[in-house]
Design a protein around this ligand. Sequence first.
Ligand code: FUC
Length: 800
Amino acid sequence: MKRCRRLTAAASGLALSIAAVRGADVPSPAADPDARVRFAGDAGPPDAPLSLWYRRPATEWVQALPVGTGRLGAMVFGGVTRERLQLNEDTLWAGGPYDPVNPDAHDALPEVRRLILAGKYREADRLVGAKVMAKPLRQMPYEPVGDLLLTFPETAEVGDYRRDLNLDTATASVSYTAGGVRFTREVFASPVDQVLVMRLTADRPGQITFTAGMTTPQEAAVRIEVPDTLVLHGVNGAAEGMKGALTFEARVRVLAQRGRTVAQGGLLTVIGADAATLLIASATSYRSFDDVSGNPEALTKQCLTAAARKSFDALRAAHVAEHQRLFRRVRLDLGTGAAARRPTDERILEFASSGDPQMVELYFQFGRYLLIASSRPGGQPANLQGLWNESMNPPWGSKYTININTEMNYWPAESTNLAECVDPLVAMVLDLAQTGARTAREMYGARGWVAHHNTDLWRATAPIDGPTWGMWPTGGAWLCLHLWDHYAYCGDRAFLAKVYPAMRGAAQFFLDTLVEEPTNHWLVTDPSLSPENTHPFGASVCAGPTMDEQILRDLFAHCIRAAEIMGVDADLRAQLATARSRLAPNQIGRAGQLQEWLEDWDLQAPEPNHRHVSHLYGLYPSQQISLRGAPALAAAARRSLETRGDESTGWATAWRINLWARLRDGDHAYDILRFLLSPERTYPDMFDAHPPFQIDGNFGGTAAIAEMLLQSREPENEDQAADSRYEIELLPALPKAWPAGSVTGLRARGGFEVDVTWTNGALTAATVRSLLGNPVRLRSGDATRDLALPADGTFTWDGR
Ligand code: FUC
C-alpha cells in the first residue's frame, strides 16, 4: 500500500491543483497558512453566551475546537487560507487483539508477597520487574485518522474574523468578510447520522471555491471516487511488536451547490459554487476486543448514502435536537459581567485575577459538552484525550489510565445529568471482566478478574510500564464503583442484574488474593502500591495501601447490597461481610494525617506534594469519610490535603477541588479552581493542561463545580437495611465569589433531580423532583427536612 504519510506529498498535490485553478501557490502546511493574511476589524462576541470564541484561526492544536459524535471527532482550526479538520475515530488504535499475560508471574508472586511482608521492598520491586510485568511491557496507543484539508483562494485581508464553538448547538463556526463577501463555515458532528458535516456558504452566489484533500500519518492511500468522494483507506499502526490488525476508512463526500467539481489526483476542487456541504464518515474494522472483522468501507458508504439523502437543514436539526436533549438538562447561572463579552483566550489569561463568574459556567458546560461529544452509547469510553488526538504517539498513549484518569472522566456524568454517557464505560468494564479473568487465572491462580493501572482498546489487563506504576491490582475494582453509582443514581434493577456478575468477579479476585498481614492480622492487598507514589523504602510496591482497603470496602459493600437486592449469593455475601470486617481500617498518623500506607510512612515519603492523593479516595469520590459521619478521619484527610498542596497537574488539581468541596470549604475550593482555569492549566481552547493536554482535568473540574453546589449521599452505612435515607446537601461549598445564582437539573443519589436558587450566599429555594420515591433528607447549612415523596413527586424548600 502506498504510504501517504507526510503532509508534503499531499501538499504538493494541493499546490498543483490550486495552481491550476487560480495560478497561486499554497503555503507550506507546516507553517501558519494564514501568516500572510491581514486581519482587520475586531469581531464582537457571538449571540449565544455559552460559546468559546476567538479573533484568529488556530495555529496550534490546543487552539482548535473539538466536535464529536461520541465516536467520530474533529478538531476544527478555522483557517482562512486553509481549513484543517483533524479527524479521529474512537476504535483506531495501534495493534490488534493480544494477550499480555506473563506466565512467569504465577510462580513469582508468592515470593514477591513474602519479600514485601518482610519489608524487602527493593527486592520485591526487582522481582516484579523481572517476572510479573506484562508482555509486552506497554499497551497500544490511540491513533488519529488523519486530516481533511480545504485550501481556499489566497486572500490578502479579511475583516470581522471570528471562530466559535456554540456549546448549546454543538456547532463550530467560522465567519469573515473578504473582498466584500461574507463567508461562513459551520461544522458539527451528528450522533444521529454518524457523520461530521461541514457547510460552506457566502452571502453572494458563486463565491465558494476550494480544493479538498486528505493526509494521514497512517499507512494509507487516498483516492477519489468520481464524481465527488475522497476516500482514505489504510491499516492501523504496529506498536510494541504488535502488528496493526485493523483496516480503516474515511470518506468525504463533497456536495456543491452549482459551480463545478473537478477531480484531480487525490483531490477534489470545487469552483464557483453557491454553497457546499461536506459529509465525512469514518470507521474501522474493530468490532470488539477480540474481533476485527468489521467492514469500514461498507460502514462509511452506508453512513454517507443515508446522510446525503437528507438536506443540510434536516441533518442539522436532528443533530441539534439530540445534543440539546442531553445538554439542556442542566443550567447554571453564577452571574455575568463585562468580561463575558471578551474572546475566550483572553478570559483565560485573566480569570484568576478578574471577577468573571460566567467563565465558571462556561467551563462547567464545556465539560458536559466534552462528555456528550466523546462518550455516547455504543462507542468507546473517553480516553486520556477524550476523543481528540493528532499524534501516532500521544502522551501516555492516550489510553485508559484506571488508577485515576478514566474514573475522573466519568465523575461529572451522573451528577450533571448525563447518565447515558456512562454506557461506554460500563461496556468497557464488562469487557475487562472477560480479559481480566484470564489475567486473574493465569497470573494469580485466582477466580474473578483483575485489571491493573491501565487498559486500552484491546482490554489488556496485566501490569504494565514497570513495578512503580503497574503493580496495582485495584483498577478494575475502582471502575466497579461507577457501576454501583449508576445504580445509586438511577435505581434500575435490570442494569444492576446486568453488571452484578462483573462486580462479583472483581470481589472474588480479592477474596482469593488478599493476605493476612502479620502485625494486626488485617486482610491486605499484596503486592500493590499507592498509585505511583514511592514510599520511603525505595519502591512503591507494598502491602495494603490505604486506597486499596477503601476501594475494597466499597466494592464488597456494593456487592453485598446488590446481591441482597437481587436475592442471590447468600454464601458469598457472608464471605464478603467477613472479609470486609477484616480489611485494614483508615488510620491517623503521627502528623495527624490520614495514613497513605498501612504504616505511618507519610512524613518520610520522598514526594510530599505528590500529584496522586489516592488515600483520599475515601473522602472523594467515595463516601466513606465525611465531616458528619467520620469527623476525625475527615480532619485527618484535611491535614493530608494541606500537606499535598493545592497546585498540581491538571487532573490532580481538579481532584483537590472535589476534596475541598467535600470538606465544605467553598473558598478554598474556589481558590484552586482559579488555578485550574489559569493558562497554566487551561489551553486557549479550554482543554485541560496536565500539561500536556489531558481531558480528565476538564471532567474533574466540572464535577467539582457540581460538588460545590450539591452533594448527595447514600444511606450512611452501606450494610444497613435499605430503608434508611438518602441525603442531599444543598450549597455545601458555596464560595463567596458566587453570592447569587441558580442551577437546575443536577442529579442526586437515590433518584432525585434538583434545582437550587440562592442570594447573598444563602439558599432561597430548592426544588426536588423524586424519580424513584426514595425517602430523603435535605440539608442546607444546619437546617434539615425529611421527605417521603412519591415517585414523580416534587417539593420546594426555602431551606428553613
Ligand atoms: C497517571 C498520572 C500521570 C498521567 C498519566 C496519564 O500515571 O500519574 O500524571 O496523568 O496517568
